[in-house]
Design a protein around this ligand. Structure first.
Ligand code: AHG
Ligand code: MN
Ligand code: MN
Length: 314
């Protein structure tokens, strides 16, 4: 069975990305173990602190962030990490001259933790713009999706999955506990171009801007979409990739720029969707064309099969 090593043979950057993606795999295994034992270790529930977005941090948000950062440090190839859980760029002092920066949502969908629902980790990797002799700075992370070199997610569900791309299509790997390897279970994922589901927090529909509620009614009829919503972007996107349809988090009158974060939610998922033959749009432009202005910037997102996304944005 092929393993994560398959990445090393893909495209111009596969071999270079390999150690960092293996680091993501190690972090995934550790985070999965922490999640499984959380209730016994007293690490479920709120940490009592807020992150930069003003959201209550869960203890597991903070723990996952620490595990991910440690594994990125251990690769020796990452000079800095931009994380949902850290206001500022986190420079890895031991490796300030390394080439790569990683953007991460260490634990996505953390409101699912209390109900033993699926959660995830989302990441993307960019090359620094500053010289290797300098200390990396926040503007090194502000790169459009078209300049991303690798991206992916981990899904903590009934199986532990790592889905990623280095720009040569999308592969899904499932952790095999009997040999402690991520094995290739879903080679070259292509999103179905018809059918599937629409996935959105529809309780916000009265506040959606740009007539989105009416557009969605029309698209779900013409595209014959069912409805599913987990409330964890990783799980909702994973279903969208495999079954088709569309995941959306539109702008609304409370959040005019949407809820999801450009650098560690929209761009990595947009990159994967496009690599799988789908479409990723903000309503104004392709997700991958947005030039980021800030580490924690938000954007509306429409991610999915081409026809479903086009029906919503046109
Ligand atoms: P996070 O837990 O990293 O803050 O992300 C939560 C996100 C995403 O996973 C999900 O799609 C969305 O928030 C759910 O938001 P609603 O509760 O507003 O539906
Ligand atoms: Mn998230
Ligand atoms: Mn998160």
């Amino acid at each position: 069975m092929e393993t994560l090593n398959r990445i090393a043979g893909q495209g111009a950057n596969g071999a270079t990305m390999m150690p960092i993606i293996q680091g993501v795999g190690r972090a995934a295994i550790e985070i999965a173990a922490v999640l499984r034992g959380a209730v016994f270790r007293g690490v479920l529930g709120a940490q009592g602190t807020e992150n930069v977005q003003g959201e209550q941090q869960q203890k597991l948000d903070v723990l996952s962030d620490e595990i991910f950062l440690d594994e990125m440090r251990s690769t020796g190839h990452v000079c800095a990490v931009g994380s949902e859980e850290q206001e500022d760029l986190l420079v890895i002092d031991e490796y300030t001259s390394a080439d790569w920066l990683v953007l991460v949502d260490p634990l996505d969908g953390s409101s699912n933790l209390d109900i033993c629902g699926p959660v995830g980790t989302i990441f993307s990797i960019v090359k620094r713009k500053t010289a290797n002799s300098e200390r990396p700075i926040e503007s090194d992370t502000l790169q459009a999706g078209v300049d991303v070199v690798a991206a992916g997610y981990v899904l903590y569900g009934p199986s532990l999955m790592l889905v990623c791309s280095v720009g040569e299509g999308v592969d899904g790997f499932t952790y095999n506990p009997s040999n402690a390897r991520f094995e290739l279970s879903h080679p070259d994922i292509r999103i179905p171009q018809s059918g599937g589901y629409y996935s959105v927090n529809e309780s916000n529909s009265a506040q959606w801007l740009h007539g989105m509620a009416d557009r969605l009614v029309s698209v779900r009829h013409t595209q014959k979409l069912g409805m599913r919503y987990v409330g964890a972007m990783v799980a909702d996107i994973h279903r969208t990739l495999l079954k088709g349809g569309v995941f959306l988090y539109p702008a609304d009158s409370k959040n005019e720029t949407g809820k999801l974060r450009l650098l560690y939610e929209a761009i990595p998922m947009g990159y994967l969707l496009e690599q799988a033959g789908g479409k990723a749009h903000t309503g104004d432009m392709p997700v991958l064309d947005v030039v980021p202005e800030a580490l924690h910037q938000r954007v509306p997102v429409y991610l999915g099969s081409v026809a479903a996304v086009e029906g919503l944005i046109s």
